[in-house]
Each structure stands twice: as structure tokens, then as C-alpha cells.
Design a protein around this ligand. Structure first.
Ligand code: HEM
Length: 179
């Protein structure tokens, strides 16, 4: 059994907490957007929006922490038997997911600032994004971009999970670094 160098515990916790948050955000986002599209308003729709905004904004804040940690942390090396091309593909996919985990919530936040719809859980207001004017048309464009970014992110996450399952089946130790 090869010696596996794991990611530090804090890093692993952050990974799984954020995975849970993003995997919650996507179905809630799709559900609430379809209710809004069908003009179904009420307590449930409002609650879905509130949770989505609160979790989404928390993802954005946690990404600041994650990027700061990533700059300091040197990832454990991939095992020698992993082909170089696969290592590059894996790293590129991770970088793309990082970028989308910042840009997607930024567009959501910009959208709710422009609309404006900053009220979230418990009646608390998110801060307005600086330099974004109140403009419903702009909000619609920002939400549209937010939706496409979220769909792209979902596709990349499916690829990421598929790769993790493949590593698990091959028992090459890659998944154990993050567990
Ligand atoms: C990683 C973070 C996020 C993910 C993965 C995500 C995902 C999604 C998804 C899948 C949708 C449905 C898109 C559609 O069907 O058109 C959506 C819609 C929405 N999201 Fe997010 N979201 C995130 C962060 C945020 C943040 C931070 C906010 C605001 C603070 C936000 C506000 C909204 C709003 C208001 C909609 C509805 C837009 C509409 O009605 O067209 N999201 N999101």
C-alpha cells in the first residue's frame, strides 16, 4: 500500500463543507428560479431565495479563505504512476472550478444588488455590491449570466465527481488524500 500524503485536516473540512453547500445551492437555485419563472410566490419561494442567497454569499466569503490557504498550502504530490497529462487535466479542472466558485456568486450578488433583493435569512440584508446601480434590466442580464455560470459549474462538478469515483475504483489513493 503506497504512503499517501493527505491534505491538512482544516483543508479537508473546508472542502467537504463547501461541497455540501454547493451541492445544496444548485438544486435550490434551479427550484426557486423555476418557481419564479412560473410566477409562484409565497413563503416557500421566499425561503428558498433567502437560503440560496445566504449560502451563496457564504461560499463567496469561504472562497477568500480557501484561496488564501491555497496560496500557502503546497498540495500533496500526485503518485508517480499517475500520467503527467492526467495530472495537468486534473489541475486545470480544479482551477476552473475555483474560478467559477468566485465568479458565479459574484454575479448572483451583483444581480440581487441591481434588482435590488438583498434581504436574506431572518430579514438580514446582504451588503450591496459596490458600484452596481439599481437597474432591473441590468439585474436580469446579471441573473442570466449567473445561471449559465452555475450550469457550467455543475457540469465541471459532475466531471470532478466522476474523476473521484474513477480514482476510488482504481484504489490509487488519490481520494484518500481528501478524506
Ligand atoms: C457558488 C455559488 C452559487 C451557485 C452554485 C448558484 C447556483 C444557482 C443556480 C443553479 C441558479 C438557477 C439558475 C437558473 O435556473 O436560471 C441560481 C439562481 C439564482 N441565484 Fe445563485 N448560486 C450561487 C450564488 C448566489 C449568490 C451569492 C446569490 C446572491 C447573493 C445568488 C442569487 C441567485 C438568484 C437571485 C437566482 C435567481 C435568478 C433568477 O431568478 O433568474 N446566487 N443560482
Amino acid at each position: 500500500m503506497p504512503q499517501i500524503q493527505k491534505y491538512p485536516a482544516g483543508w479537508r473540512v473546508l472542502h467537504w463543507v463547501m461541497a455540501l453547500m454547493v451541492l445544496t445551492l444548485i438544486p435550490i437555485g434551479l427550484w426557486m428560479a423555476s418557481r419564479a419563472e412560473a410566477d409562484i410566490w409565497g413563503d416557500l419561494t421566499n425561503t428558498l431565495f433567502s437560503w440560496h442567497k445566504a449560502i451563496g454569499f457564504s461560499v463567496l466569503l469561504l472562497m477568500i479563505l480557501r484561496i488564501a490557504m491555497k496560496i500557502r498550502l503546497k498540495s500533496p504530490p500526485y503518485p508517480d504512476h499517475m500520467p503527467r497529462k492526467l495530472q495537468i487535466a486534473a489541475k486545470s479542472l480544479h482551477h476552473l472550478i475555483y474560478i467559477l466558485l468566485v465568479v458565479t456568486p459574484l454575479f448572483g450578488w451583483a444581480g440581487v444588488t441591481a434588482y435590488p433583493a438583498l434581504v436574506t435569512l431572518g430579514g438580514y440584508h446582504l451588503p450591496a455590491m459596490p458600484f452596481v446601480p439599481e437597474d432591473k434590466e441590468l439585474a436580469a442580464t446579471l441573473f442570466n449570466i449567473h445561471g449559465w455560470l452555475a450550469i457550467t459549474l455543475s457540469v465541471l462538478i459532475v466531471g470532478h465527481i466522476a474523476a473521484a469515483i474513477r480514482h476510488m475504483l482504481r484504489k490509487d489513493g488519490i481520494v484518500r488524500r481528501m478524506v
